[in-house]
Each structure stands twice: as C-alpha cells, then as structure tokens.
Design a protein around this ligand. Structure first.
Ligand code: DX5
Ligand code: ZN
Length: 223
C-alpha cells in the first residue's frame, strides 16, 4: 500500500500578529496545526476557541487542533463545531477518552489522541479503536523549537504495524523537533503526518520548506 507523507506546519512558530497571512503562506500544507495550551496541562499559554474560530474563517488549510489542556471533555467538541478537520486531546488529560472521541466525531471532526513522550502506547491501544488519528509527541508538550526524542519512534512502529495489519485505522502523526535532520527516521518508522513548527516558519520560504520536507519524507518512506 503506497502512502504519501503529509505535512502540518505548526502555527506556534508563526507570527501571532499576522495569523491570516501566516496561514496563507503554507497554503500547500495538508493540515495547519494549532497548539492550544492552557497553562495548566502544560506550563505555557497560547490561544483558545475564539482565535481558532477566527483562523478557521481565513485559513486555506484544514485545521488540526492539538489541545494541551485539562478537562478536554468540556472543550474539545467546540473546536470540532468551529470547523476543525481534526481535534486531538491528550490521553493523560482524559477521564473518559471514548466519550471525548464520540463527542468530537458527532460535532463533525476527526478525533485524535495524543501521548506525551513518557506515556506508553500499550495503556491506550484499546481506546484507539475509537480514534482517527494518533499524535505521538516527540518532545515534551509546551514549547516549539525543542530537540527530537528518537525513543518515541518505537511507539510509531507499533502503531504502524497495527494499522498495516488492519487492527487499527489511524493517521499516525508526530509532533516535536521534526526538521531536515529528523524527518527521515520518523518516515521510516511509519509516520503519515509530520507536524513542523520552527522548521517551516523559521525558514525564509515556508512553502519551500514544506516541499523539501515532503520530498525527504517520501524518499525515506518509499525506501
Ligand atoms: C509543542 C507543540 C508543537 C510545536 C512543535 O508542544 O505541540 O506542535 O509547535 O514545534 P517544533 O516543530 O519547532 O518542535
Ligand atoms: Zn502540537
């Protein structure tokens, strides 16, 4: 089965004073990754639903909302109602991950489950049947520009194997430290969707950076 790599630039590394223009600079990306942080689940604070609603109105790229927040049960469906393509909640923050997935899907989005670098996949394999995407964090959530933690690739390999065997139906997504030096190993391990913040928005030409990452990942994927 031939897979093609997908790229999701992370707005966290964009200019927050120009979010409309920043979304248009990455028009050829697959998803636009939006990091929602609440200063409780993670130490950082970014943006919330009103800003996501505003981005949704102008973005040429479907939104991929990564909720690094406590009580995702309460907030996640609103992001789906706002029109996000995918809404990801953290496994560590959910009390009833099945209910969250059901509510996100009922509101019209794909449902994603994220795991921090230290969270074993085994604890969550069962509920992943109810999800459409798995976000493997390759840095501690909270900040852009951190170094890639290669150990998490064993979780990517496990997920890839289960998806290829037909036991799970998931887009396998990776987030944190993805750049020209790390994307190939992630692609070889079986990632479908690559989130890249500083590697895209830190480049002089974000569109070119996306094309280069896509090409590198495709070459690694197809061996
Ligand atoms: C970190 C965020 C990431 C971040 C990635 O908590 O979830 O999406 O923007 O940034 P880079 O690609 O610079 O590591
Ligand atoms: Zn993220």
């Amino acid at each position: 089965m031939s897979r093609e790599p997908m790229i999701a630039p992370s707005l966290l590394s964009a200019d927050f004073a120009r979010l409309a223009e920043e979304s248009q600079r990455v028009a050829d990306a697959d998803w636009l990754h939006v990091d929602v942080m609440d200063a409780h689940f993670v130490p950082n604070l970014t943006l919330g639903l009103p800003v996501v609603q505003a981005i949704q109105r102008v973005s040429p790229v479907p939104l991929d909302c990564h909720l690094m927040i406590e009580n995702p049960e309460r907030w996640a469906p609103g992001y789906a109602e706002a029109g996000a393509r995918n809404v990801t909640v953290h496994a560590e923050a959910c009390t009833d991950p099945r209910a969250v997935a059901r509510d996100i899907r009922a509101a019209g989005a794909l449902a994603g489950l994220a795991v921090k670098p230290g969270t074993p996949l085994e604890d969550h394999l069962d509920v992943l049947r109810d999800y459409d995407t798995l976000l493997v964090m390759s840095v501690e959530p909270g900040f852009g520009g951190q170094s890639f933690i290669a150990d998490v690739l064993s979780k990517v390999r496990t997920a890839r194997r289960l998806v290829d065997a037909g036991e799970l139906t998931l887009i396998v997504e990776i987030d944190g430290g993805i750049n020209a030096d790390t994307i190939e190993q992630a692609a070889e391990a079986g990632v479908d969707m690559f989130v890249a913040g500083s590697a895209v928005y830190g480049a002089d030409d974000p569109a070119k950076a996306i094309a280069a990452l896509r090409q590198q990942a495709a070459a690694a994927m197809h061996g």
